[in-house]
Design a protein around this ligand. Structure first.
Ligand code: DLL
Length: 433
């Protein structure tokens, strides 16, 4: 039987959800107008006052907020509460520029942890479970968010944080952890290591995993489920909006329910900014309607996605988003062709390779090159050059039909691609350097 953390919210009628959104949006717009000069200025530039926003139907009138806006406002420019009311910051890794710093009141943390608790219960978690949180703790939101959610559910929480794989496995086994929270790439690595230790799925106490923070394919889900003997659930979120738990998967494992009592989702055309009808593929935009310290109106995530309100077998009524198909800013343009790393991953996994790969893009004599380095499994590993050649050609064909592009494929020895304990580094684009 499906269980819920907050059934009256998670299974509320669509009318009720709309009523919450209408009321909270109006209040939120007033809150930022009164407290954040940055928002007031942006609204004034569009000729808007809070009176123009009477319900969520008026959302489209508001200006977008982008990561560039956040960087410009760094560090305190978008904080909507006096600092005496703020109790925490979290931050992104800032690999592509200045870090984004998000602020929380105690109330914000409380609601964020509720969202994570919903995800844990949706994955079957109860107070009888032992939940190992192997996301990084600290500035990254993964560890703190799921740690808080796990406490709320009443699980016995093991805050291992990321890294130290031997110790992770020791705790899973010694303390009989039943739920594992980490990035999918780290889950795959843990699975691979346990397999090497000759542990079969029935010797691993885990029953569910809550994996997110990076893109992962259906094929990778099957792989992880099989090696660890668990059900693997997706979870999505971003620092700017709170962290993990903006949306999460249920027993249907077919898309993630967005916590619509806290976030209003839209899909827009990334080029024109126009709102697209339900079911269209486009850029996800979120408005946080309950955040006190760091509210964002129409924040452009850059994640490419689709939404569906089709009835879900789990009984939840909140809109579902598909797995993000890539990021508008992570999309590679190679010889004029749009390529998402997730498409390459699908080809590799469909051909029986593990999700250990690296995509290297370069420019040689004004022509873009795409080199995909893929690890062989120990079973495939051979010094028969003819066999390796055949396998490489197979992948080149698979990639050509998926991408419409010629790629170079290099098969490498098992374990030769560096493993990540957090988000995996899949793409090295040497053209930017
Ligand atoms: O990654 C928050 C998080 C932690 C989510 C733990 C889930 C689990 P950021 O570091 O700010 O926050 O990165 C946010 O990561 O815009 C997506 O591009 C990507 N992302 C997050 N979850 C998923 C997912 C955390 N399930 C950015 N699938 C987002 C695909 C994801 N991409």
């Amino acid at each position: 039987m499906e269980r819920y953390y907050q059934p009256e919210i998670e299974c509320a009628s669509r009318e009720q959800i709309k009523a919450w959104q209408d009321e909270r949006l109006v209040k939120q717009v007033r809150h930022v107008w009164d407290n954040v000069p940055y928002y007031r200025k942006k609204m004034e530039e569009k000729g808007l006052t809070p009176d123009d926003i009477k319900s969520s139907d008026d959302l489209y009138k508001l200006p977008f907020v982008t990561k560039a806006d956040l960087r410009e406002a760094y560090p305190y420019g978008l904080v909507a509460k006096p600092l005496k009311d703020c109790v925490r910051i979290q931050s992104t890794s800032g690999t592509t520029g200045k870090r984004v710093v998000a602020f929380y009141t105690q109330h914000d943390i409380d609601l964020w942890e509720d969202c994570c608790a919903r995800a844990i219960v949706a994955a079957g978690g109860t107070n009888e479970d032992v939940c190992q949180v192997s996301y990084g703790y600290g500035l990254f939101t993964g560890g703190p968010g799921l740690n808080g959610g796990s406490h709320k559910v009443g699980c016995l929480t093991i805050p291992t944080s990321s890294g130290n794989t031997e110790r992770q496995i020791m705790f899973i086994r010694d303390l009989s952890a039943t739920i594992l929270c980490c990035t999918p790439s780290y889950a795959a690595y843990l699975g691979e290591t346990m397999k090497e230790m000759s542990l079969t799925p029935d010797q691993i106490p885990l029953k569910a995993g809550i994996f997110g923070a990076e893109a992962w394919s259906e094929e990778m889900r099957q792989d992880i489920q099989n090696t660890l003997g668990i059900k693997a659930y997706d979870i999505y979120g971003l620092t700017e909006l709170s962290g993990p738990g903006v949306s999460f998967e249920c027993s249907a494992q077919s898309g993630m329910h967005i916590n619509e009592d806290h976030f209003i989702a839209e899909i827009i055309d990334p080029d024109t900014g126009e709102v697209l009808p339900e079911g269209s593929k486009g850029e996800l935009v979120f408005t946080s309607i309950t955040k006190e310290a760091f509210p964002l109106l129409r924040y452009r995530t850059r994640d490419i996605c689709m939404l569906t309100r089709e009835k879900c077998s789990c009984g939840r009524t909140h809109v579902k988003m598909c797995k993000p198909m890539g990021r508008s800013d992570d999309m590679l343009i190679i010889r004029g062709v749009n390529v998402f790393p997730s498409q390459i991953e699908t080809v590799l996994l469909n051909h029986g390779y593990p999700a250990n790969y690296q995509i290297i893009v370069d420019r040689v004599r004004s022509t873009d090159t795409l080199d995909v380095q893929v690890e062989m499994t120990p079973e495939m590993f051979t010094d028969n050059l003819g066999e390796i050649d055949r396998r490489q050609k197979d992948l080149v064909d698979g990639l050509r039909s998926m991408l419409g592009l010629a790629a170079k494929v290099t098969l490498v020895a098992p374990k030769s691609i560096v493993r990540s304990e957090g988000k995996a580094v899949r793409v090295i684009d040497k053209r930017k350097i």
